[in-house]
Design a binder for this molecule. Structure first.
Ligand code: GDP
Ligand code: IMO
Ligand code: MG
Length: 427
């Protein structure tokens, strides 16, 4: 069975956790391929909420093997706490495999993330302050420490000594902060975290390939989303990894030929946390209604999310960037009470119409969205199970999104629960 990629198509929080959980039921292995504990993926099972940050959302099934791929950056203390919390709630995390090639988030990464944001002032990105950007920067600069270094104290200390000299100079001379102690960091990472994580550190690439060779299902779970992608997102208001489907290849160690299904996840509207352009953003009473009905507060940082109408220009671009075969639309129920709903089908700027994403980002700040207004369904959809039971206007809305995106919609979320999903045509 070839691999499936699940990717966010907007600015994150589309409901990837819920969809991953749903699909993981039929998978042997679920891999997180990028990002770190900046993610917050919610799964609701029998009314119980699990907010997963570093662990793949497949962890809730007792038979799937959750994998943290090489493309992820791992804050070990956070991971241990996440595993402990889940274990206390009866979720077995013993099968977890962490790629030895994943990079470690170090204390100086978290400190620098917060400092850089503070110094950027009104130009700040609004990061999660988890140290994600600085950790990926060190990876690219080839001064990162990796998960496998936890198993080799000599190498770990050597690398830390070298890197900490530079980091402490930056912290002291530029930011006027106290120097960090290498002995203290090494003590925690090697004596406390390493013994706890050691049984899980291993050959993630080998596991994925052996599973594929044996015909097992592999699901690659993206964090963040297409428009937060370091290369394709609204730079610099992006994260520092590649959430796009291509990132699943590098972040899990498989070639593109192994992937035969790419599922894009989108909300029935759009939200964004943090700064950056957002053509269909809405304000005032409408924004408050969307935020209230959708409980649009960050899973991770608790920040209020910025809401807006569904943007088909973005979606068409996401379909291209990820080779999306099918879309899962979540949170349709949030629009249940609206008299009419809007979809942005194109942008206009300086007399020019854009059906596709303008290549120059400056345009995005000035565009006026061209909206199609559709009738609302003004009916509760949360209890809808079969496809025929979606109200006609809701079904028309979904069909309109599919025609705009150019790909079929196969899942429609009508509530946060695992079972609150309408499947439109099995693959
Ligand atoms: P992720 O980061 O993409 O996994 O998404 P988050 O978990 O951060 O945010 C999605 C939020 O919407 C969570 O609170 C989910 O429980 C919730 N959710 C997911 N699907 C639906 C849906 O179809 N309807 C409603 N009302 N909530 C949903
Ligand atoms: P999930 O996986 C929504 C945003 C931050 C900020 C920018 C950079 O739950 O969809 P970072 O800490 O990554 O350097 O922050 O990216 N961001 C997210 N927004 N959902 C996420 O994850 C996000 N992860 C990062 O708000 O704007
Ligand atoms: Mg989230």
């Amino acid at each position: 069975m070839p691999a499936t990629v699940l990717v966010g198509t907007q600015w994150g929080d589309e409901g990837k956790g819920k969809l991953t959980d749903l699909l993981a039921k039929e998978m042997q292995v679920v891999v997180r391929y990028q990002g770190g504990h900046n993610a917050g993926h919610t799964v609701v099972v029998d009314g119980e909420t699990f907010a997963l940050q570093l662990l793949p959302s497949g962890v809730l099934y007792p038979y799937t093997v959750p994998v943290i791929g090489n493309g992820v950056v791992v804050e070990p203390k956070f991971l241990i706490d996440e595993m402990d919390t889940l274990e206390r709630r009866g979720i077995d995390c013993s099968r977890l495999v962490i790629s030895g090639s994943a990079h470690l988030v170090m204390p100086y990464h978290q400190e620098m993330d917060a400092l850089i944001e503070r110094y950027l002032g009104k130009n700040r990105l609004g990061t999660t302050k988890r140290g994600i950007g600085p950790a990926y920067a060190d990876k690219a600069a080839r001064i990162g420490l990796r998960v496998q270094d936890l198993l080799d104290p000599k190498i770990f200390r050597q690398k830390l000594d070298v890197v900490l000299k530079e980091k402490n100079l930056i912290l002291a001379k530029i930011y006027n902060r106290l120097a960090l102690s290498g002995a203290e960091i090494a003590g925690r990472y090697l004596d406390e975290y390493a013994p706890r994580l050691a049984p899980h550190i291993g050959d993630a690439v080998g596991l994925v390939h052996d599973t594929l060779a044996a015909g097992g299902g592999v699901l690659l779970e993206g964090a963040q989303a297409t428009f937060l992608d370091l290369d394709h997102g609204t730079y610099p208001f992006v994260t520092s990894s590649n959430p796009v489907a291509g990132g699943a290849c590098t972040g899990a160690g498989i070639g593109p030929r192994y992937i035969d299904r790419v599922i894009g996840v989108a909300k029935a509207y759009v939200t964004r946390v943090g700064a950056g352009p957002f053509p269909t953003e809405v304000f005032g009473e409408l924004a408050d209604t969307l935020v209230e009905r959708g409980h649009e507060f960050g899973t991770n940082t608790g920040r209020r999310r910025r809401p807006g109408w569904f943007d088909a220009v973005m979606m068409r671009h996401a379909v291209r960037l990820n080779s999306i075969d099918e879309l899962a639309i979540t949170k349709l129920d949030v629009l249940d009470s609206f008299e009419t709903v809007k979809v942005c089908v194109a942008y206009e700027a300086e007399g020019k119409r854009y059906e596709n994403m303008p290549w120059h980002q400056s345009v995005l700040y000035d565009v006026t969205p061209v909206y199609e207004e559709l009738p609302g369904w003004e009916t509760e959809t949360t209890g809808v199970a079969g496809k025929d039971r979606l109200p006609t206007a809701a079904r028309d809305y979904i069909d309109f999104l599919a025609s705009q995106a150019g790909v079929p919609i196969t899942f429609v979320g009508v509530g946060p629960g695992r079972e609150q999903v309408v499947r439109l045509g099995e693959r």
